[in-house]
Ligand binder design. Structure first.
Ligand code: OAD
Length: 247
């Protein structure tokens, strides 16, 4: 393991432009369940019933009730994995983060350049007039919440069947194609188009390093190697190794 940490540290130190793609796994150590691990969200909630735009339109009250009860999103705090990426950005060693997460924990840890590929849950959007409001500004006393125009408010996170926010998609593609190192952290890399970003980076000549206790669809062909460790352990170790190399 230490050998892989050293290799990753060397790669980050020598890269011209490093970016990170993160998924639910980086927030697992903050107490937020992932989607596809055993006991994950999709074991408890059928995505067909809760995570598609059709399901939301069919029964917005039911989906909102699940979201309101999902209190971890409000109380979770960043963990050493999030703080480590923020530190790498401050050190000038990480250009930006593309995250599939909607939990705001990268920003809470201090990361400044975060592309929210799947939107976020801090805001709501009216499905009729497309007005966007902070979640804090609407009442969830009766569900679903309605906009003044009579339309239903939806959490601003991307549901299956909805497009990726165009600016997030275009910028992510650009960043993937112009980086020379991509760290792929805590994602099973099965949901597209996010999962295409490491492939785009690889095709454009970048190195791809995964941090994930489990192998993924990328392991062994898209990624150069995988550090089979939790993000909250591996990322601080990589930073310690970079500092040791510099001194
Ligand atoms: P998944 O639940 O599919 O994958 C989580 C990954 O994190 C797995 O590969 C785990 O092995 C890994 N993991 C678990 N604990 C970890 C830790 N402590 N450190 C590092 N890795 C760890 O979650 P995502 O890949 O993020 O989209 O899922 C992608 C998308 O599917 C989500 O954004 C969401 C979901 O459906 C939408 O809802 C649109």
């Amino acid at each position: 393991m230490q050998d892989l940490i050293q290799q990753a540290a060397q790669a980050v130190r020598s890269a011209r432009r490093t970016i990170a793609l993160t998924g639910a796994g980086i927030s697992a150590e903050s107490g937020i369940p992932t989607f596809r691990d055993p006991g994950g969200l999709w074991d408890r909630y059928d995505p067909e019933e809760y995570a598609t735009i059709e399901a939301f339109q069919r029964n917005p009250g039911k989906v909102w009730t699940m979201m309101r009860d999902f209190t971890q999103l409000k109380t979770a705090k960043p963990n050493p994995g999030h703080f480590g990426l923020a530190q790498l950005e401050q050190m000038g060693l990480l250009h930006c983060i593309i995250t599939q997460n909607v939990d705001n924990l990268h920003q809470a840890a201090g990361s400044r350049d975060v592309i929210e590929f799947h939107g976020n849950m801090r805001q709501v959007v009216c499905l009729s007039c497309r007005k966007v409001l902070p979640l804090d500004e609407i009442s969830l006393a009766t569900l679903p919440p309605y906009c003044g125009c009579g339309g239903v408010f939806k959490p601003a996170g991307v549901f299956f069947g909805e497009p990726i926010p165009p600016h997030a998609l275009y910028r992510s593609q650009e960043e993937a194609q112009s980086c020379d190192l991509m760290l792929v952290i805590g994602t099973s890399a099965v949901v597209y188009p996010a999962a295409a970003m490491p492939r785009l980076a690889k095709e454009a000549g970048a190195r791809v390093i995964e941090i994930n206790p489990e192998h993924t669809d990328l392991t062994g062909w898209v990624s150069d190697f995988i550090i089979p460790e939790k993000a909250g352990i591996a990322i601080p170790q990589i930073i310690a190794a970079i500092k040791a190399m510099a001194s």
